[in-house]
Write a protein that binds this ligand. Structure first.
Ligand code: HEM
Length: 202
C-alpha cells in the first residue's frame, strides 16, 4: 500500500500540469484573438465545461477509492477537487469581469432572473466551503465527522452544475444529460454505501 501511495504521489505533478495546461492554453488563445468570433462566451464555456468534468472526476475518484486495490488514489482527490474549484473561479470571473465588467447590480439581477445562472451560482456557493476546508488544519479543527458532512456538498454542487449546463443548452442536450446520469449514479452509490449497506450487514 505504501508503494502505491508513493506511486500516485509521483503522478501528482503530471496530473496537476495536465489539468491546468488547458486553462493556460485557452487564456493564451483568448489574448491572441484565437478563440473565434465570440471569445468571451467561448472562454466561459470552456472553463465551465472543464470545471464540471473535473468535479465529476473528483466524485469518480471517491468511488474508486472504495475498491481495495485503488484505495491510495484518494491522495489525489484533494488536489483534483481544488483544480475543479480553480476552473469554477475562472468561469465565474470571466462572467463577472469580461462579460459584465463588474456590473454587480446587473449580475445580481441576472442570478435572480435566469434559473440556469441561479443553479450555477448556488453550485459555486456549495463549492466554497469545500475549497476553504480542503486542508489538514480544517479536518483537525472541525473534526472528521463535520468535515465529511461539509464535503458531501460536492454532490449537490455536481447536480446543480450539470442542471445548469442542461438548462442552458438549447439544441443537443445529450452531453449534459450524460453528466446528470453519471452524477445521479455516483450519488445513488454513495447513498447505498452510507445508508443501505450498513443496514443490510447489521
Ligand atoms: C460549479 C459551478 C459551475 C459550473 C460547473 C458551470 C459549468 C458550466 C458549463 C458546463 C457551461 C456550458 C459550457 C458549454 O456550453 O460548453 C456553463 C455556461 C455558463 N455558465 Fe456556468 N458553471 C458554474 C457556475 C456558474 C456561475 C456561478 C455563473 C454566473 C453567475 C455561470 C454562468 C454561466 C453562463 C452565463 C454560461 C453561458 C455562457 C454562454 O453564453 O455560452 N456559471 N457553465
Amino acid at each position: 500500500m505504501i508503494f502505491l501511495t508513493k506511486h500516485y504521489q509521483g503522478f501528482k505533478p503530471i496530473i496537476l500540469l495536465a489539468l491546468i495546461a488547458p486553462s493556460l492554453f485557452w487564456i493564451f488563445q483568448f489574448f491572441n484573438g484565437k478563440l473565434g468570433v465570440n471569445p468571451i462566451e467561448n472562454l466561459m464555456d470552456k472553463m465551465g465545461l472543464m470545471a464540471l468534468r473535473v468535479i465529476i472526476l473528483t466524485l469518480i475518484i471517491s468511488m474508486l477509492a472504495d475498491i481495495k486495490s485503488f484505495k491510495s488514489i484518494v491522495i489525489l482527490r484533494r488536489m483534483i477537487g481544488l483544480i475543479a474549484f480553480y476552473y469554477v473561479c475562472l468561469h465565474f470571473l470571466t462572467y463577472i469581469i469580461l462579460d459584465h465588467f463588474f456590473d454587480i447590480k446587473f449580475i445580481l439581477k441576472d442570478i435572480a432572473k435566469r434559473p440556469f445562472i441561479t443553479f450555477g451560482f448556488i453550485s459555486f456557493i456549495c463549492l466554497m466551503p469545500l475549497a476553504i476546508t480542503s486542508n489538514k488544519f480544517s479536518i483537525k479543527k472541525l473534526g472528521y465527522k463535520i468535515w465529511k458532512r461539509i464535503h458531501f456538498l460536492i454532490y449537490p454542487a455536481a447536480i446543480l452544475s450539470s442542471l445548469h449546463f442542461y438548462m442552458l443548452v438549447r439544441a443537443n442536450k445529450t452531453e449534459p444529460f450524460i453528466y446528470i446520469m453519471i452524477v445521479c449514479c455516483l450519488l445513488l452509490y454513495r447513498i447505498f454505501k452510507r445508508i443501505i449497506f450498513p443496514y443490510l450487514v447489521r
